[in-house]
Write a protein that binds this ligand. Structure first.
Ligand code: DX5
Ligand code: ZN
Length: 217
């Protein structure tokens, strides 16, 4: 079954604890946390202290998407705050291989994020270091953007690269995912979907239906 990871970027920021509890109760598999620094991407969101404050509100994994540069100095703080998966953009530091090894050393799953312009080959020589792959189907920085269909081929390419390893690397898609584009992602080989707008629209009473719709139920 496809993993659904609601992005709390679209939650009510004044009630984040409640929102995290509500999505877990509604059937979410992971909590997707978008960390932005106003420098690597043109928006600012939240830091490790907020992740730490939210952690006791859910028992499902925290999938932390770091859109910050430099990223290396902050890995430990996010891990200590309770991040289970830590994903980084190759463009956010000079040594992706070292960054991924460090994420594993501190006990988290190591993820790589592909911007729309990032080539699949970026990770060709370090598939052994990767636990998780996140394909952006928008330019990172904001929720509510439209899904870029050009990224479907990239999802399929990465699916083939993952299958060749024989390892269970999760392949997640982020940006403009709704019940219609979710189907395209899964058909291309995605096993996890991030959704902000499509989960949080309609308020807490709609979350369970919104999550079911993304799964195609
Ligand atoms: C954007 C974030 C996404 C964003 C997705 O940089 O990485 O996780 O919240 O939002 P929607 O689902 O609204 O496109
Ligand atoms: Zn994200």
């Amino acid at each position: 079954m496809t993993i659904i990871a609601p992005s709390i970027l679209a939650a009510d920021f004044a009630k984040l604890g409640e929102e995290v509890r509500a999505i877990e109760a509604a059937g979410a598999d992971w909590v997707h946390v978008d960390v932005m620094d106003g420098h690597f991407v043109p928006n600012i969101t939240l830091g490790p202290d907020i992740v730490k404050a939210l952690r006791p509100h859910a028992s499902i994994p925290f999938d932390v998407h770091l859109m910050i540069a430099p990223v290396d100095p902050y890995l430990e703080a996010f891990r200590d705050a309770g991040a289970d998966i830590i994903s980084v953009h190759p463009e956010s530091g000079p040594h992706l291989n070292r960054t991924l090894k460090r994420i594993r050393e501190i006990g988290a799953k190591a993820g790589v994020v592909f911007n729309p312009s990032t080539l699949p080959e970026t990770i060709e020589w370090m598939m052994d270091e990767v636990d998780h792959i996140l394909v952006m189907s928008i330019n990172p920085g904001f929720g509510g953007q439209s899904f870029m269909r050009s990224q479907l081929d990239k999802i399929a390419r990465l699916r083939a690269m993952i299958d060749a390893t024989g390892r269970d690397i999760t392949l997640e898609v982020d940006g403009g995912v709704n019940p219609e584009t979710a189907k395209l992602c899964v058909a291309a080989g995605a096993t996890a979907l991030v959704a902000g707008t499509a989960v949080f629209k309609g308020g807490p009473s709609a979350y369970a239906d919104n999550i079911r719709a993304l799964r195609g139920d």
